[in-house]
Design a protein around this ligand. Structure first.
Ligand SMILES: [Zn+2]
Length: 274
């Protein structure tokens, strides 16, 4: 089955979870990693994962949610949460240069500090890099992220550039550092992503939905959900000239490889055997 390597489904109304997961399983998505964006939100992600055999948690402080510098107490909390068995990645962390994003020094310090927590626990990191506006060809946030990833030795626990939006040369920077590249539904509409989708090594590609509640879409049926994973897989298959089955097999294998010693529980969800 597929693994949705990045979503925020714990932010949905609790009454929605059963439906979201049954639609996911019907679409052959056997595991969903739901990522926290603050310490408190990470606790909610873990609580959901605790009660569901196909849901796993990420813990982290999202750069856009920093209302003040990340404190030592926050880092201690995140480190305690990172040790729990429901947690499989440090996520969502990163660098965001969009307008009105928080102080860049706070973001850089938080990113660096959380990478160290991830390294301490051997947790892969799933990170966000967003440039100002919609200029995905810009590079300032990416340059900052790459420098921090390199200096902090984040390539050792590994991880992925999530919701990748950029050019091939940008993807190559993350690949050189040992990270995976994760594609979302943006691949269906941004044709400039196709070069990366074609060239990324077969053992380094992942797929995700980044699903979260989208009340701005009036039609509930149009909200992105983990069940949309096959759409991304079919587009990747078309671009690479392989079958969607091939994409499912390799992206699941890649996700399990990335999760390393945290992969065992996820493997049971997608393969039925440990
Ligand atoms: Zn996200």
């Amino acid at each position: 089955m597929f693994i949705d390597t990045h979503a925020h489904i714990h932010q949905h109304d609790p009454d929605e979870i059963a439906g979201i997961m049954s639609r996911a399983v019907a679409a052959d998505v056997g595991a969903v990693i739901t990522a926290g964006v603050t310490v408190e939100d990470s606790r909610k992600a873990i609580a959901l994962a605790h009660g569901h055999e196909r849901i796993f948690a990420g813990v982290g402080m999202h750069p856009s949610d920093l209302a003040s510098p990340l404190t030592d107490a926050d880092l201690t909390d995140l480190s305690d949460l990172a040790a729990l068995p429901e947690v499989v990645v440090m996520s969502e962390i990163g660098i965001d240069h969009q307008e009105r994003s928080p102080d860049r020094r706070w973001q850089e310090e938080a990113f660096q500090a959380q990478i160290l927590v991830a390294r301490h626990h051997g947790l892969p990191i799933v990170f966000h890099v967003r440039e100002q506006g919609d200029d995905y060809d810009a590079h300032s946030a990416r340059d900052v992220a790459v420098a921090i990833l390199r200096e902090s030795g984040a390539g050792t626990p590994g991880g992925t550039a999530h919701y990748f939006q950029g050019r091939w040369k940008h993807a190559a920077q993350f690949l050189d550092l040992g990270f995976h590249i994760s594609f979302a539904k943006t691949l269906l509409r941004i044709s400039d992503l196709e070069e990366t989708a074609r060239k990324v090594p077969v053992d380094r590609m992942l797929i995700e939905t980044d699903a979260y509640p989208q009340p701005f879409k009036k039609n509930r049926a149009k909200w992105t959900e983990p069940r949309d994973i096959p759409l991304v897989a079919e587009k990747l298959a078309l671009i690479r000239g392989v079958s969607a089955d091939d994409i499912r097999r390799v992206t699941t294998e890649n996700a399990l490889n990335m999760l390393g010693n945290r992969s065992k529980v996820v493997k049971t969800a997608v393969r039925g055997t440990a």
